[in-house]
Design a protein around this ligand. Sequence first.
Ligand code: PBG
Length: 341
Amino acid sequence: MLEHELSFDVPSEKPAAPLRVRPRRLRRSANLRDLVRETELATRDFVYPLFVVHGQDVREEISSMPDVFHLSLDQLKKEIAEISALHLRGVLLFGLPAAKDEWGSEDFADDGIVQEAVRVCKAVNPELIVMTDVCMCQYTSHGHCGIIRDGVIDNDLTLEYLARVAVSHATAGADVVAPSAMMDGQVGAIRAALDTNNFSDVAILAYAAKFASAFYGPFREAADSPPKFGDRRQYQMDPANAREALREVELDLEQGADMIMIKPALAYLDIIRQTRDAFNAPLAAYNVSGEYAMVKAAARNGWLDEKKVTLELLTSIKRAGANFILTYHAKQVARWLAEMS
Ligand code: PBG
């Protein structure tokens, strides 16, 4: 007889089929859980985005992105040494130009901030994979990702500019160029320009499906790149569309993309999974600024455990099918993984 009488009748007969399968058996200990884990994060999975600026001794924290900084080239040197010591394999460079104009001239200048930054990265660590974002928005006075003619973004004219930007990044030593302007034909135009300029070894990471997302908010503050009029919905994708994302991926692969990217990551895990299932090219996901800022803000309020939540989110992106992840958490995660191993 139980000490506490149950308040309902327990059937005296045994259940018809005894439980043969008990998934909990493999959750009993840490070693068993380790044995059957399907997805595991590694430091090599992460690429760290960096914001480089003109000037000397600049290391300014971006207010909406705690622990992420605007760095001048001298500070970048130290940062690259630190990143390399953490065994991170790659960085993605964004630049803030000294001046903006209608054509984004500094974007393709030999001594532009990104071109100089590429050289600094390679001087400190020639093995580091240096990727560059290829877009116009940080460099144009109107803040759009393309060149404006007669009041509209001229897709095909923009292609010539993007190609020029990519070639100038390759000339500086970039290993990978990452076109993010969402202009039709940008991958093909860049591939052709790289090839005719003897950069057939420079790879293209195509922001293939880049959605018109409110999660880019903190980045636009960091990169000083919000459009001065209108928004980006005429070129970035409608968040409602998955089939269209697959078409974008297909087009970029046809044009010669070596790797494809889905962006943002967390609200688009289904797109990552569908892309992984439908295509065999290496797949990246961009865990964007707003996704980072949400975690940071909640953690700073003591509402979430930053380490646990971040590792869970990044695991979900990898589980969805991403081969590598661009994330502002990269350095922190590399440290956590080193502590845990
Ligand atoms: C440039 C670009 C953007 C991001 C990466 N490249 C901003 C935008 O399209 O407005 C966003 C990155 C982030 O939010 O972390 N076009």
